[in-house]
Design a protein around this ligand. Structure first.
Ligand code: KIV
Ligand code: ZN
Length: 498
């Protein structure tokens, strides 16, 4: 039987502390609803005493969200707690997250106090909050740099005072994973009433160790993790929700489960990134643009044979499309052949070698090789083998006159001609073509693009035609956009299976 790991999301509180990333209440509600869909257990909705905006957001999120617990942050002060209670009044399930700094630096420089007085203030805050809500979480700020024996004393005292969750933040992101794990282990072994509370991790990423520290804590018995979408948060950020979710999913032997619907990870990441105007770094684990993109020839060859060779996560599991084989100068023939196949081109080995040679020359000059480039490279080879070829095309069109096209096709060596008028030159040309090839086909998509900016340059046409229950993709490239359109249509027809 797996043990439950509770997900406490603080995107809307610690995450929102990022300069320039503030959200308005409507945007916060959007994020909160997405977090609910994602399946987080607790949403830390804000720090109500900090501003009227935060206060209002906690109220509105409490109204909008149904099953996750809504949590509000406070300092260990009655005034903060009163305001949090007020902000949480509409929450169906509510929690107050109160706390105080416990490290020597915090006690001495921030509070000008002493360890005994800090324990008293912590206990008083928890007791006061428990007068209003059943669930109180206590945070020992800067626990990462707090002496373990003193921390154990604080934790035991706040559990006795009524805290059911105790958060052990590595506020400055200082700890090594081994050290943070040992801290949680120490608490699990030395706090006599630890069985009456859940220990929570809250790690910052100043030294890039937030996820490792969180996992170290979990492996020593912490059963709640405080995380944010895309790892956003103060300074270098917090532990990423998506990383923890996928670690737990990939490492089943840990015997842990969450309530998350991991397919909602990518949509959540996109939403937070776009609302906060905070781009996700391309190599970000799990949700970065390149997280499932394979670019080296060796990897591409392996992934095409079996994704298990280089992928530990199925991109669909996090709500992404298939993994991407990115064609670059380092790609091999296997990747090129695969891409050509998906575009409906299956050259012989000899022709593939020729296309590959041209591809490498182009890849040296152009960073991003797209499907159009590939089709243009394969184009000469393709038309040679096509059963249906455009023999000639003449179109008359202009302003105030009807467009008329006459067109000749070569079909398996036989010549056919037809004329048609239409609503514009392309319509007329396709009308003439359809007079020769009289099948029930439906144009589903038609896109025209210029390859570059010059008026004498190639135009590209992409088409999708439905025939006999299948959709066929066609492409044409020509300096004459009408000819490119007819070529794209013919390209589709040449791929018809019957
Ligand atoms: O990093 C931290 O210590 C915090 C607490 C307020 C929970 O964010
Ligand atoms: Zn924090």
């Amino acid at each position: 039987m797996s043990e439950r790991l509770f997900i406490f999301d603080t995107t809307l509180r610690d995450g929102e502390q990022v300069p320039g990333c503030q959200l308005n209440t409507i945007e916060k509600i959007q994020v909160a609803k997405q977090l609910e869909t994602l399946g987080v257990d607790v949403i830390e909705a804000g720090f109500p005493v900090s501003s009227p905006g935060d206060f209002q957001s906690v109220i509105e999120i409490s109204k909008a969200v149904t099953w996750p617990t809504i949590c509000a942050l406070t300092r260990a002060k009655e005034k903060d707690i009163d305001i949090a209670v007020e902000a949480l009044r509409f929450a169906k399930h509510k929690r107050i997250h109160t706390g105080i700094g416990t490290s020597e630096a915090h006690i001495r420089y921030k509070f000008h106090s002493n360890p005994d007085e800090i324990v008293e203030r912590a206990v008083a805050a928890v007791k006061y909050a428990r007068r209003f809500v059943d669930e109180v979480e206590f945070y020992a700020e800067d626990a990462g740099r707090t002496d373990n024996a003193y921390l154990a004393r604080v934790v035991a005292a706040v559990i006795n005072a009524g805290a059911s969750v105790v958060n052990i933040p590595d506020t400055t992101g200082y700890c090594l994973p081994e050290e943070y794990g040992a801290k949680i282990k120490y608490l699990m072994e030395n706090v006599p009433n630890i069985d009456r509370a859940i220990i929570s991790t809250h790690c910052h990423n100043d030294l890039g160790m937030a996820t490792a520290n969180t996992m170290a804590g979990v492996m020593q018995g912490a059963r709640q993790v405080e995380v944010t979408i895309n790892g956003i948060g103060e300074r270098a950020g917090n532990t990423s929700l998506e990383e923890i979710a996928m670690i737990v999913k990939c490492h089943k032997h840990l015997g842990l489960e969450t309530n998350l619907n991991t397919k909602q990870i990518y949509p959540s990441s996109r939403l937070v990134s776009s609302l906060m105007n905070m781009p996700v770094q391309p190599n970000k684990a799990v949700v970065g643009r390149n997280a499932f993109a394979h670019s080296s020839g060796i990897h591409q060859d392996g992934v095409l044979k079996n994704t298990a060779t280089y992928e530990i996560i199925d991109p669909h599991d996090v709500g992404m499309e298939d993994s991407a084989i990115v064609l670059t100068a380092r790609s091999g023939r296997a990747a090129l052949k695969n891409r050509l196949k998906t575009l409906g081109v299956e050259p012989t080995q000899e022709k593939l070698d020729k296309i590959y040679e041209d591809f490498l020359k182009l890849a040296d000059k152009k960073k991003d090789i797209n499907n159009d480039d590939i089709l243009v490279l394969a184009g000469a080879e393709r038309t040679e083998n096509q059963r249906i070829k455009l023999a000639f095309l003449q179109v008359t069109s202009g302003v105030g006159v009807q467009s008329v096209a006459s067109l000749g096709l070569n079909i398996a060596g036989e010549h056919f001609e037809a004329c048609a008028s239409g609503n514009g030159p392309i319509d007329a040309a396709i009308g003439a073509l359809r007079k020769i090839i009289d099948r029930h086909m439906e144009l589903k998509e038609f896109t025209i693009q210029a390859i570059s900016k010059g008026s004498d340059d190639m135009g590209k046409v992409h088409m999708q035609v439905e025939y006999n229950g299948h959709v066929y993709y066609g492409f044409g490239a020509n300096t004459d956009i009408i000819a490119a359109s007819v070529e794209a249509y013919i390209d589709c027809i040449n791929k018809f299976k019957s």
